[in-house]
Design a protein around this ligand. Structure first.
Ligand SMILES: C[S@@+](CC[C@H](N)C(=O)[O-])C[C@H]1O[C@@H](n2cnc3c(N)ncnc32)[C@H](O)[C@@H]1O
Length: 226
């Protein structure tokens, strides 16, 4: 018997624990039809985010990096009909595909897609929170332009409360994070954000490496403690 690959194992795990989900499959097909790159989280990772949000009883989630809304659907399902997901996306085309996917998934009413560079829309989100009294986010999922990860963590700290969770995706970068010689700006940004997570007294953080259909990567998990 040949040794199963990471992809084989991921397929097996998804068959066993995630199952067929036509809504999500249709969303990925709509992304492909709309010309979006297939850089969504994997099904197993999407379910992990969903379970994480449910585990902490998240009612308000901020996502930075929507793409076609694949991870957004998983998160929106977790907050329930009275919850809210605010998701930030630079590309109007990605946002338009995402809105259609979210509508078909039956969660469009609980998701707000804001279009623009996140560093420009985050101050608007912050201003809205302070004027409409909606309060801090319980979970922030950071999955956009990796070079701004440290900026996004600093924003997440302003928009959360002790007990909130911040997840930063793709920090391992095929091992590049540990290659201090690497000139890859995304790997350098990973090192910067991990140093920030380590030095920031309001956070306790770790990283879980992942392998599977999306290759070798990992996510940072940070708990807001103060
Ligand atoms: C990895 S994809 C997000 C995948 C999505 N979270 C999922 O799993 O389905 C990254 C997204 O971030 C968006 N993006 C890149 N730079 C951005 C920025 N400065 N502000 C907001 N979004 C940005 C990209 O257009 C892309 O759609």
């Amino acid at each position: 018997m040949t040794t199963p690959s990471w992809g084989d194992v991921d397929n097996y795990l998804v068959e066993t624990l995630v199952g067929d989900d036509p809504t999500l499959t249709d969303a990925l097909a709509a992304n492909a039809a709309g010309g979006l790159p297939a850089i969504d989280v994997s099904p197993a990772q999407g379910k992990f985010l969903h379970l994480l949000a449910k585990s902490i009883g998240a009612r308000r989630i901020l996502e930075i990096g929507t793409l076609g809304g694949y991870s957004t659907i998983w998160l929106a399902r977790a907050v329930g009909p009275d919850g809210k997901v605010v998701t930030l996306e630079y590309s109007p085309q990605h946002a338009s595909v995402a809105r259609a996917n979210l509508g078909r998934a039956g969660v469009g009413d609980r998701v707000e897609v804001r279009v623009g560079a996140a560093l420009e829309t985050l101050p608007v989100v912050a201003a809205d929170i302070s004027t409409d009294g909606s309060g801090p986010f319980d979970l922030v999922f950071i999955d956009a332009d990796k070079v701004n990860n440290s900026n996004y963590v600093n924003w997440a700290l302003r928009l959360t409360r002790p007990g909130s969770v911040i997840v930063v995706d793709n920090v391992v970068r095929n091992g590049g994070v540990a290659d201090r010689e690497s000139a890859d700006p995304n790997a350098e940004a990973s090192r910067d954000v991990l140093e920030l997570l380590s030095a920031e007294p309001r956070l306790e953080a770790t990283v879980v490496q992942t392998v599977g259909s999306k290759g070798w990567d990992g996510f940072a998990y940070a708990l807001v403690i103060g």
